[in-house]
Unconditional design. Structure first.
Length: 447
């Protein structure tokens, strides 16, 4: 099939490359000529494992092209995907101006039937507004349908998630839209394909992300109880997660959920529900627990270091999760500026995301960006871990301990076993487990 994709952000780019990989001819559009030039040269604009290989091979095969001109993609495409950003507004609602702009661009270009598919995460009933906008501008005689086909891609594993989905959701209100999308996917995937109404599909996406966020806040709440009882939250998570009704995923306690999706979708669902008069106190609590994770980590850092001004802190990780250079909604955005304002001297390291962070927080006399974990550890009074990069799990801890001024690790991601860190000579603080301090008795002996 010939397909057009509006937007080359995370969802748009991975969808473009993935659909080309399935054998379709894909034209992706972005307003930014620099992005289009880079992608046309086979240079990914985001850090995503496996993306570069598929980008270059599909460009070479002639199945994938990038353009700034919407008309290039509209002309021959049977299906047009809307993958533009829907960032949060100050009031917590999703900002749908880019979606509206695509609808306005598409409307005058319609000549013959087209299926327009929402892939961006949008509040329920957005399809209705896209439909009304296009009808107002294009006139009632134009033939088109709006469908919803939400993506469930995770940053860091998005290419794999696209090529091996656990389910595909098709929200379509007409037979023609339904069969076009079934044709697109049925021959390539053997996973369950769920066919629903458009609004149901929109809500499935928001509810899925809100549920994942709820699981994380739940385990973080349990983690606070674990800490008081001197119990390891990872053992509790394992013990409950083996029950298939609960499931073990998304039960990693730590700094809470960040990124561009879970926080935004929880708050957008709260707004949609409140607008409909539905009590969503539970989701508000999910948000509250999540926000409090940053304070909890900062309290641990203060407890470990006592006085912060001029203390040297090596910060490991600014990305919101591993295997991405994305810092949107990252805990680092809450932790680093606060440590800086408390007077600490910060040496920050991340394997991929420093450039994005540096744009927001340029280096200064108390904030420097370093090239390795070992540089971050040099003369440090403490190391603070904010991202669960694999690289951090296999470090030479003897070398790190010897490089530090005082061997203190405050781990916001629970990457290590407390007794092992203590045996390696560290005072080790984490979330939801007993803190292994060198010179104090363990909690159990103190009570
Ligand atoms: C999320 C969903 O997982 C995807 O299914 C969805 O397609 C995507 O949003 C989207 O709407 O586009 P993503 O934001 O890439 O994907 O990242 P997740 O893997 O969901 O992680 C979100 C946050 O939760 C991260 O900050 C992560 O560190 C945190 N997390 C995750 C935990 O704190 N504990 C866990 O057990 C799992």
């Amino acid at each position: 099939m010939r397909l057009g994709i509006f937007g080359t952000g995370y969802a748009g780019l991975v969808t473009s490359v993935g659909l080309a990989q399935l054998g379709h001819t894909v034209t992706a559009i972005d307003k930014n000529p620099d992005i289009i030039a880079r992608l046309s040269d086979g240079v990914p604009t985001i850090h995503e494992p496996g993306l570069k290989e598929l980008l270059t091979s599909n460009l070479d095969a002639g199945r994938l092209s990038f353009t700034t001109k919407a008309a290039d993609a509209m002309g021959e495409s049977q299906i047009v995907f809307v993958c533009v950003g829907t960032p949060p507004r100050a009031d917590g609602r999703a900002d749908l101006s880019q979606v509206e702009e695509v609808a306005c661009t598409i409307a005058p270009m319609l000549d013959g039937y087209k299926l327009i598919v929402e892939k961006s995460t949008v509040p329920a009933r957005t399809a209705y507004w896209i439909d009304s906008t296009i009808r107002r501008l294009a006139g009632p005689e134009r033939e088109f349908d709006i469908a919803s086909n939400p993506e469930f891609l995770r940053e860091g594993t998005a290419v794999r998630d696209f090529l091996h989905p656990d389910r595909i959701v098709i929200g379509a209100d007409s037979g023609r839209a339904r069969s076009l999308l079934l044709d697109l996917y049925q021959s390539s995937f053997s996973c369950p394909i769920i066919v629903t109404s458009v609004t149901t599909a929109e809500l499935i996406k928001q509810a899925a992300n809100a549920f994942l966020a709820t699981k994380i806040s739940f385990i973080n709440m349990v983690s606070d109880v674990c800490e008081k009882l001197d119990v390891d939250v990872a053992a509790v998570a394992k013990g409950i997660g083996l029950d298939p009704r609960i499931g073990g995923d998304f039960l990693r306690a730590g700094l809470g959920f960040g990124g561009s999706c879970l926080p935004k979708d929880v708050s957008a669902l709260i707004k949609v529900a409140e607008h409909s008069g539905v009590d969503v106190g539970m989701l508000k609590e999910v948000e509250r627990i999540n926000t409090a994770r940053i304070d909890r980590l900062l309290a641990k850092i203060e407890r470990a270091l006592w006085v912060l001004p001029n203390k040297v802190i090596g910060v490991l990780g600014v990305a919101f999760k591993s295997d991405t250079d994305d810092i949107r909604g990252a805990p680092s955005l809450g932790v680093i500026p606060r440590l800086h304002s408390m007077g600490a001297r910060l040496h920050v390291y991340d394997p991929a995301a420093v450039r994005n962070f540096e744009r927001l927080y340029p280096p200064n006399d108390r904030l420097t960006y370093v090239a390795s974990v070992y540089d971050a550890a040099r003369e440090a009074d403490a190391l603070v871990i904010l991202t669960d990069w694999d690289e951090f799990r296999s470090l030479d801890f003897g070398r790190i301990r010897d490089a530090m001024h005082t061997p203190i690790v405050v781990d916001g991601r629970n990457l290590f076993e407390p007794p092992l860190m203590q045996a390696a000579g560290f005072e080790y603080y984490s979330l939801g487990r007993g803190d292994a301090t060198l010179h104090q008795k363990p909690f159990r002996e103190r009570v």
